[in-house]
Design a protein around this ligand. Sequence first.
Ligand code: F6R
Length: 608
Amino acid sequence: MCGIVGYVGEQDATSILLAGLKKLEYRGYDSAGIALYNGLEITLDKTVGKLSELEKLVSNNPPKGNIGIAHTRWATHGKPSSPNSHPHSCCCGDVVVVHNGIIENYVKLKEELKEKGHQFSSATDTEVIPHLIDEYYEGDIKDAVRKAVARLKGAYALGVLSLQEPDRLIAVRQDSPLVIGLNGNENFLASDIPAVLDHTDEVYILDDGEMAEITDKQVEIFNVETAQLIDKDIFKVDWDPGMAEKSGFDHFMLKEIHEQPETIRKSIAGRLNETDIKFDEVNLSQEEIKSYSRIYVVACGTAYHSGLVAKYAIEDLAKIPVEVDVASEFRYRNPLIDENTLVIVVSQSGETADTLAALREAKANGARALALVNTVGSTIAREADDVIYIHAGPEIAVASTKAYIGMLSCFYMLAIYLARAKNKLNDQASAKLIKALSKLPEQVGKIIKEDTDKIKQLAKNYAKQEHAFFIGRKIDYSVALEGSLKLKEISYIHSEAYPAGELKHGTLALIEEGIPVIALATQTSVLDKTLSNVKEVKARGGVVTGVVFVGQEEKEQFDYQIEVPKTEDILSTILTAIPLQLLSYYIAVERGCDVDQPRNLAKSVTVE
Ligand code: F6R
């Protein structure tokens, strides 16, 4: 959803900005650009394509300077092209702007500015901003930016550099994330923490309606509307820079898959004892928990799929009805919310626009809002009433893996926590689940170590296919949905997931000779039924890979079989998801796809 970065200090800004963009490329990668003040003028270099294209463009004659802004784009208004790339400038080139977000009233503003003689060179919404700032400039850039943003409707994180005051950057935030990195004689602005992590672990996280004036020696935060100085706390980041590096893996996705034993360990650390779960950060009393007659879990994409697992777990253990909603639907559908409703929003980035809007909607309607979030200090984390951090560390690959596993781990703990508070789970049953939970890191490690070769071979067999199906019953079906999403988003194979028993109500018509079907078959109570569905598929020519618990006796039912270690049926998702991630990964590699940066996508979807 676009990444912006800015630098002011004593070092060469070009290399710092390009390195910062590299860390933000997961946010968008269809074009990139950089603007620097070189002591005389502002230079502007931009090009369509990935960041590597920009690096090539500037390699012969890198722009010189110690202050600048840069951008990597995910196109919304205007196709990917050089003119539509950021930074954008006003007619005279004196003001340059990078923007993440959408300006909803840009058409009207553009007309108004054109009438005043401004000339535009792109099809973007962003371009109105430098023109507006130029229009309002009367000797104080901060003031001009304030006046300009007062005219904007929509979402924006902005970085502004001007020729009139070339020793400072102005940053403004409204509904799009923005952090200011602090490092003595140099300071930064960025969409996200990884972009500054090589330089500093101290940041200001801007809130909506805040702006920053950034020089090499000083950062001041103001309220945009009133211009009042804000005394803001410095946020200390506890991620180490290596977490945002590939560390020898071919792709971030593979690295993040391999990190998953550690992800689970971190998510459960300090939260388990023999029979109980404690979340220090959650302030729900037993009385409150007892009062909840309904829970909504609201999220998008992979996070939504984690919510489907939560539904099974919470309903099964805590006996509270759970509805799972896609955030973009929830926010517009008048859900039945009152003070007896708990709304749980789930998000890796903590910035997803639809999930954030759903959270605000829920709170406005009187619900208590609990967030499961990975990114510490993100907007959703800050606005929710309570937060459970997933502790997966930075997730860079666009396709989510470790954050999903972290979400599942937290949801299982939450289900036990709610069940205990409602006296629905006795000590013995709770202890059994907690013991099984604490074994999961080791079991996930075993799958990665022992099944990878087999999965690589399977990927070779499947890589030429253009369609695939995933089936499963009960909690297996939730993982089928996630497996299917992973496959389509990184390999571009068309894929669908179905409850195994639903296939015969239409979709079976699509099964023909050679079609790959992945059947998740771990749920003991419905195993026979799932296996009957597998037979139906095989009878029509489907090539079936079964994902089963080790020791299950149905080998002859499948063409291929992937075995995962035995755990409690309800916890199976954390184990069965792993081979599906690896399978998608190796199929995508086999097909020569850009695994970490799949076409048309971006991480952290901050537009509706
Ligand atoms: C898929 C994927 C997306 C995200 C979705 C929500 O691999 O990553 O479907 O899960 O965009 O993102 P967050 O969790 O940041 O709210």
